[in-house]
Design a protein. Structure first.
Length: 231
């Protein structure tokens, strides 16, 4: 739904880039920073509860690993940095790898306005930023992870950027399973619940499929879809 503003309260455009996937814009509206892709609002710095749940739910689903190595996590999508900052702040995680395909978003974190959120996480030696399309990276990397925490576009229900919907198909989920260790957890953020996606997860061979909701004041809740690769 389009957002309307009073004429004397218009967002300030901080940066505008034309990239291989279209236009991305960073705006400031009051105290909030907002990312706009191809004219559609994607996210802002107003909350972050669902992004933090994405990381916490994956760690909880992995369970306790007494005496074992700290689990490695791949975060798909840098966004405004909530998921990265939350993962890096938790010493229970091992490697924290973030895959982001928009150079502009990476720059906004490295030396732009979003560095206030992600600076400590990016300085953490466990953290690595990979500039790549997520599906391409999943198909090409030789690394494996204990958890994938994916926050790409608006989730499986509908996507803003062409090509992102491929992640939520059986083929895309097979790519996710390829880089997950046996017993590894897939956590997928979505702007709305998707029973159809739950079915796709099961059909793709994942087990223990479930959905956790984030309660909102009004409207449809954000959710995290969770699933486990069989051991």
């Amino acid at each position: 739904m389009p957002v309307s503003y009073d004429s004397d309260d218009l967002p300030e455009v901080l940066d505008r880039r034309e990239g291989p996937y279209g236009e991305v814009v960073l705006r400031r509206h009051g105290e909030l920073l907002q990312i706009i892709a191809n004219g559609c609002f994607l996210m802002d710095t107003s909350d972050g509860r669902s992004e933090r749940l994405l990381v916490d739910a994956a760690l909880s689903a992995l369970g306790e690993r007494a005496g074992g190595p700290a689990p490695d996590v791949l975060i798909g999508g840098l966004g405004v940095g909530f998921s990265l900052a939350h993962a890096a702040a938790d010493p229970r995680w091992g490697r924290v790898t973030v895959v982001e395909r928009e150079r502009a978003v990476i720059d906004w974190h490295l030396d732009g306005p979003l560095s206030a959120l992600s600076g400590p996480a990016l300085a953490d030696p466990r953290t690595q930023i990979v500039e790549a399309d997520l599906l391409d990276h999943l198909n090409e990397t030789s690394d494996t992870f204990d958890a994938l925490c994916l926050d790409i576009d608006n989730g499986p229900g509908w996507t803003v950027t062409e090509g992102n919907d491929g992640l939520y198909t059986r083929a895309g989920l097979a790519s996710c399973a390829r880089v997950l260790k046996p017993g590894g957890v897939l956590a997928v953020w979505s702007a709305q619940p998707s029973p159809e996606f739950e079915g796709t997860l099961g059909n793709a061979g994942f087990q223990q499929v479930r959905t956790e909701e984030i309660t909102v004041a009004r409207g449809v809740p954000d959710v995290v879809h969770l699933a486990v690769r069989p051991g």
